[in-house]
Ligand binder design. Sequence first.
Ligand SMILES: Cc1cc2nc3c(=O)[nH]c(=O)nc-3n(C[C@H](O)[C@H](O)[C@H](O)COP(=O)(O)OP(=O)(O)OC[C@H]3O[C@@H](n4cnc5c(N)ncnc54)[C@H](O)[C@@H]3O)c2cc1C
Length: 353
Amino acid sequence: MPVREYDAIVVGASFGGLAVARQLHGNVLLLDRNEVGAVQTSACGTPLWVPQALGVADSVLQVHDRLTVRTPRRTVIYDLSAVPFCTFDYKVFCQGLLAQCDARFLRTSVQSVEAGVVVTGEGRFRAPVLIDCSGWRGAMVHGGERNRPSGRAYSFGLETRVDLHDDGLHFLLDRELIQRGLGWIFPVGRGSLIGLGSYVGVSKLKPALERFLAAHGAAATTYHGTYFPNRLLRATVGPIFAVGDAAGQCLPLTAEGIRPAIYFGAECGKLVQKVLDGALDLDEALARYRSVVEGYRWAYRVLGTAQWVAAHAPTRWFAALAGLATRHPFLPRWWPRYGRFGGLDPIPVSTPT
Ligand SMILES: Cc1cc2nc3c(=O)[nH]c(=O)nc-3n(C[C@H](O)[C@H](O)[C@H](O)COP(=O)(O)OP(=O)(O)OC[C@H]3O[C@@H](n4cnc5c(N)ncnc54)[C@H](O)[C@@H]3O)c2cc1C
């Protein structure tokens, strides 16, 4: 079968891949093994400005001005009104971004990369620029399941949608519920997503989640869940760019991975477009992208330390720190800074042709 040629190939059409692709013009191929927006793995909580800046505000299901963190002995409430959060509809969000892309979308699974050729179920494709946005598995950069990095770099989350109405986001840190992890309730308009996450990658969470649901008088519908990284991995591997979970860009502690995937995806896409325009050579673009990501390593370290405290220290320590963080003058200093991380271009860069 002949190898089909493109200017760039983006693997994965979720948050990272769509953020890259919407920056690109030219002969670009966007690959995903699923239809865009069809398989949700996330609670889809992010600052409200994210869907607004991306032009997909119609995906917003509920806006949240409050975050409640509960431990067995203490409840701490954060006022998020300086940077409100929202929960959004994954399919509407992703399809809205896809409509802003020039790229050709093809549904197929990437099997491997051999000497620069991307091997898929629908044939073989080659491009001078390859971008891996395929999530924690890193179909191109990790070379498949067998070669992925150490299990300790991954958390695991499992959640289900329930008929529970509430306002505000909730996190629960309770060792009786989950040993080294946390629970959450994210209202999504009509109902809520209730989930559990293990910071040490324990994936058998269904019995604990069922106890959590029973405590709230809620019944599970369908479950979804997967691994997500909790530390920065490599931003480039040889000539391949990695974005989002494929590069370990999900934030430790909060497990916020949408914003970093979109932010670093946009930065990567802008550099790749310069390569396609002949304004930058590939090695320089790879180096500049690594440097953008490296600029945030300190922030990942801080959050990684906070995650260690949440997972390993007595819960009363975490509760004390969480309580301190709500106080004046701390909250007005760190919350807007954290909440506005990843500021995006307000206007879509690419428009459909
Ligand atoms: C239960 C749970 C809840 C979460 N809640 C939140 C939250 O509320 N807020 C938040 O910010 N983050 C949350 N996260 C983390 C967030 O979902 C991820 O960090 C984010 O999805 C990463 O985006 P991505 O584009 O890098 O990868 P993904 O969203 O995982 O997308 C990868 C894409 O690549 C495709 N793909 C994979 N392998 C191949 C292949 N071989 N060939 C072709 N295509 C392939 C997949 O089909 C998928 O579309 C949550 C995670 C979990 C598990």
